[in-house]
Design a protein around this ligand. Structure first.
Ligand SMILES: Cc1cc2nc3c(=O)[nH]c(=O)nc-3n(C[C@H](O)[C@H](O)[C@H](O)COP(=O)(O)OP(=O)(O)OC[C@H]3O[C@@H](n4cnc5c(N)ncnc54)[C@H](O)[C@@H]3O)c2cc1C
Length: 425
């Protein structure tokens, strides 16, 4: 009988434990929180976007760091396998806009419930409020167990580190796995918040907190005018700056380079400057005696129009009938290139994922086993892997967990699950 200890009862740890346990493998799942899957409960705004129903190429394209490392894990357990896995466990799924996959119930806790049921069925020994302090190795560079915060030692033939990253530390992700990796001789790359909102210096946009804009184009430039990221989509003003899908994507792609950059907002990306000038001419004529705010309000939400009056190149007091052709040209250019100075990236407390982690060069991609310490595995966000929003980060957790579990159980897990299903039908 092989004794396996999985550290961390999040997405990756639960999946590893559920898949690895079997006739010849006894599995302990150790979680420091009072319950399993604390972060899973808040994913997808409480609905859990558990994967993305796209093809393999797209899956890999959405991984921002070390996509090639995941090729084997994604092939061995794909997004479609994730859907099948949860459906087999009795949790129905549905596909929404952007191929995002959710539980049909819209309840993230159904994902944790399904995994918890599977853990019980596979007789995994779950220990809650159980914090691991260190990973134990012997002089042959082989793992031999873990030491708990209460001083207790649990011997093991294999240890899986599934402790997550640093984002949302209130869910238990406090970077312990990076310490375990370093203490056992592994390299940990620099960790920074990713999929995170940005703080801007301008006060005018703070007044717009809560306003979301669809179909805007954004372009981030460094102080030499070099483009760092450009994109199109939805954004949101926050009390400290900007957020929303296109901003989160920028944070994942350009990361810390965005600090001290300038974000140029194009509020009318579908119109050329000339088309926008003509549109402004029509609005000025229609506005007659009304001031700039009324003219801009025809093109954007009134609150934004009001805020922009304060920084517009044309005086807010000008009325439609007075605005000259030259002023219209300046206004058009302004609306297509509104500058916002980025002060910094938001912190780990609000970041969806951590960019950086255990260096994948020291991990075998097909099994997630360390190349340095025999029997030591790393799965999920603790690894130097991160992706865009859309269910891709959880897919990384599921696929790396499945690769590890397959290695631990000698490849028999899926057969076992299929047999169990056949017996229960
Ligand atoms: C608000 C939010 C929304 C998100 N929404 C989505 C989404 O909809 N779709 C998506 O794909 N991704 C989403 N993500 C990202 C996704 O949740 C993570 O990528 C994923 O949870 C990582 O799984 P993990 O198991 O590696 O780590 P975690 O889920 O963080 O689990 C790690 C676990 O290890 C435990 N642990 C840590 N140290 C120890 C220790 N020393 N001893 C014992 N236990 C320990 C922790 O308590 C924790 O339970 C979201 C993230 C956030 C913060």
């Amino acid at each position: 009988m092989k004794n396996i200890v999985v550290i961390g009862g999040g997405a990756a740890g639960m999946m590893t434990a559920a898949m690895a346990a079997g006739e010849h493998q006894r599995v302990w799942l150790l979680e420091k929180n009072e319950k399993l899957g604390k972060k899973l409960y808040i994913t997808g705004k409480g609905r859990c976007n558990l994967t993305n129903a796209c093809d393999m190429q797209e899956l890999l394209a959405h991984v921002m760091t070390n996509g090639r490392f995941l090729y084997s894990a994604f092939s061995g357990f794909s997004n479609w396998d994730t859907i099948a896995f949860f459906e087999e466990l009795g949790m129905k799924t549905k596909i929404e806009r952007g191929n995002r996959v959710f539980p049909e119930s819209d309840h993230a806790y159904d994902v944790t419930d399904a995994l918890s049921r599977e853990l019980r069925r596979k007789k995994v020994s779950v220990r809650l409020k159980c914090e691991v302090r260190s990973v134990l190795t012997n002089q042959n560079a082989q793992v031999c167990g873990v030491k708990l915060a209460n001083g207790e030692c649990i011997p093991a033939d294999a240890v899986v580190v599934a402790t997550g990253g640093l984002s949302y530390p209130s869910t238990g992700a406090t970077g312990d796995g990076y310490r375990f990796a370093k203490e056992t001789g592994h390299e940990v790359t620099r960790c920074v918040p990713s999929l995170v909102s940005l703080t801007v210096r301008e006060d005018w946009c703070r007044e717009l907190s809560g306003l979301s804009l669809k179909n805007v184009a954004v372009c981030f430039e460094d102080k030499n005018g070099k483009e760092l990221f450009s994109g199109f989509g939805e954004m949101l003003f926050t009390h400290r700056g900007v957020s929303g899908p296109v901003i989160l994507t920028a944070s994942a792609q350009a990361s810390t380079a965005l600090c001290q950059s300038v974000l140029y907002l194009d509020l009318k990306p579908a119109l050329s400057i000339e088309q926008l000038e003509r549109r402004l001419q029509r609005e000025c004529e229609a506005a007659g005696g009304r001031q700039l705010r009324a003219i801009l309000s025809a093109l954007m939400p009134a609150s934004l129009a009001g805020a922009l009056c304060a920084i517009s190149p044309v005086s807010a007091k000008r009325i439609g009938a007075q605005i000259t052709r030259e002023e219209r040209a300046r206004l058009a250019q302004f609306i297509k290139r509104i500058p916002l100075s980025i002060a910094e990236l938001g912190g780990f407390t609000e970041a969806v994922v951590t960019k950086g982690g255990v260096a994948v060069s020291q991990i075998t991609p097909a099994t997630m086993e360390s190349r340095l310490i025999k029997g030591l595995f790393f799965v999920g966000e603790v690894l130097d892997l991160d992706a865009l929003t859309g269910g891709f980060n959880l897919q990384i957790a599921w696929s790396t967990a499945a690769a590890c579990a397959r290695a631990l159980s000698g490849g028999g897990e899926r057969k076992d699950r299929k047999n169990a299903k056949a017996n229960s039908d």
